[in-house]
Design a binder for this molecule. Structure first.
Ligand SMILES: Cc1ncc(COP(=O)(O)O)c(C=O)c1O
Length: 422
């Protein structure tokens, strides 16, 4: 079969509007002779990466046609590779449409800028990802927004009590970073729908769009840092937003285009590749994390473990209702204070000391000295985020669970519990 196959021919080789390869010099050929997929009997299984920033128009009318009906004229506005990734995400989230962004924070900031006006009020849970908290505080300072913080894991009644006449957005993160509290999506969606003009937003990064789909519970916007599970291999920075309605999608898309914070075609392609294995990765992350969480919960040098799959987690029943499995993130509070947490973080041999989460390799960080430490947050914010000295934020990968447990055992053996408050 292979020897019947002719060499691929370029568009100029086939004749492009009467222009042929022999009509142009090598310098022109190097730029203009291209393999095109159109006209071949088969299409590539994997969408090609369309790096092109601009697109050829057959007539000036094409410009308006594409602007109104879809397609590409300029890649900040729309790009075929990027759109194919957005379609794949929306198919998992079950929304009206998705958008991919240059980072998770680009997704969060575009949602705020698109949907909030000066003087609007936001209700947000805390603990929450420190970048989102810092951004909202900056918007309060600069543009006169108002915010009420409610404790993550609180009842929906507490969210309702915080709503005021000028409330425009209720925002929750679940499971939240770093303490793993859970938000009841169904109740949160109902609250949002019952309040005229109030948009409900959930950052669902820790569960990924495979384990939880906020929009299916009536929530208006689901967003993620795709840098984490959705990319899954710690090799890209990306974010996404999915909306319940086309109107919300259009409002956010308009701001994304103005801010220019779309995801590049190359990273869109990496993200699309990651999504293909999201289901099997999330199952394995969840199985492994359950085994490690159980081990840590029974360890005498561990004060407390927060993992939604453990019956001891205060949000366990809610998590059972809304998550297909409990994910790969664990919060463990080690005895021995800051030194105890540091000792474990620095003694592990397989689990690597690194920020971020959601990749196939197990990693962990020590929030009090790293992501939620004094260089980023004030002492009051550290307390609000419930960061304790021995707290570890653990992202369990897809290695053999027995190896991970043995790794934690040898690291915990080194902790001196007589040091620091227990
Ligand atoms: C829950 C959550 N949301 C948003 C972000 C921001 O994502 P990115 O780093 O991709 O901008 C992070 C990053 O850690 C996160 O954990």
């Amino acid at each position: 079969m292979a020897n019947k196959r002719p060499p691929a021919r370029s568009d100029l080789d086939k004749g492009l509007n009467g222009l042929h390869l022999n009509d142009v010099a090598l310098d022109t050929r190097a730029l203009r002779a291209r393999f095109t997929y159109e006209g071949t009997a088969t299409e590539p299984l994997v969408p090609p990466i369309y790096h092109s920033s601009t697109y050829k128009l057959k007539s000036v009318d094409d410009f308006l046609k594409v602007m109104q009906e879809g397609g590409s004229v300029y890649s900040r506005l729309a790009n075929t590779t990027t759109e194919s990734t957005e379609c794949a995400i929306n198919a998992l989230e079950g929304g009206a449409g998705s958008l991919v962004f240059a980072s998770g924070m680009a997704a969060v900031s575009t949602v705020f800028l698109a949907l909030l006006d000066m003087g609007d009020h936001v209700v947000m849970n805390v603990p929450v990802y420190s970048g989102s908290q810092t951004l909202l505080k900056e918007l309060v300072r600069k543009f006169g927004l108002e915010v009420t913080w409610v404790p993550a894991g609180c009842s929906i009644e507490e969210f309702r009590r915080s709503v005021k006449a000028n409330t425009k957005m209720i925002y929750g993160e679940s499971p939240c970073n770093p303490d793993m509290s859970v938000l009841d999506f169904e109740e949160f969606g109902k609250l949002g729908s019952s309040l005229d003009g109030v948009i409900s937003v959930v950052d669902a990064t820790f569960g990924s769009c495979y384990l939880q789909q906020p929009i299916k519970h009536g929530i208006d916007i689901s967003l993620h840092s795709c840098t984490k599970y959705m990319g899954g291999h710690s090799d890209l920075i990306a974010g996404c937003v999915t909306t319940k309605t086309v109107d919300l999608w259009k409002r956010i898309k308009k701001w994304q285009t103005s801010l220019g914070c779309m995801l590049s075609p190359h990273d869109s392609s990496l993200l699309l590749r990651g999504l293909k294995t999201l289901p099997i990765r999330m199952k394995k992350h969840s199985e492994n994390a359950m085994a490690v969480a159980k081990y840590l919960e029974g360890h005498p040098k561990v004060n407390r473990v927060m993992y939604p799959g453990l019956p001891s987690h205060p949000g366990h029943e809610v998590a059972r209702k809304q998550m297909a499995a409990f994910g790969g993130m664990i919060m463990a509070d080690v005895k021995g204070g800051v030194e105890g947490g540091r000792t474990v973080a620095e003694s592990l041999r397989i689990v690597t000391l690194a920020v971020s989460l959601g990749g196939v390799e197990s990693i962990l960080e020590h929030p009090i000295t790293m992501s939620h430490g004094p260089y980023l947050l004030t002492p009051a914010e550290i307390e609000e985020n419930r960061v304790t000295p021995g707290q570890l934020r653990i992202s369990i990968g897809i290695e053999d669970p027995e190896d991970l447990i043995a790794d934690f055992k040898q690291a915990l053996d080194k902790v001196d519990v007589s040091k620091g408050e227990n």
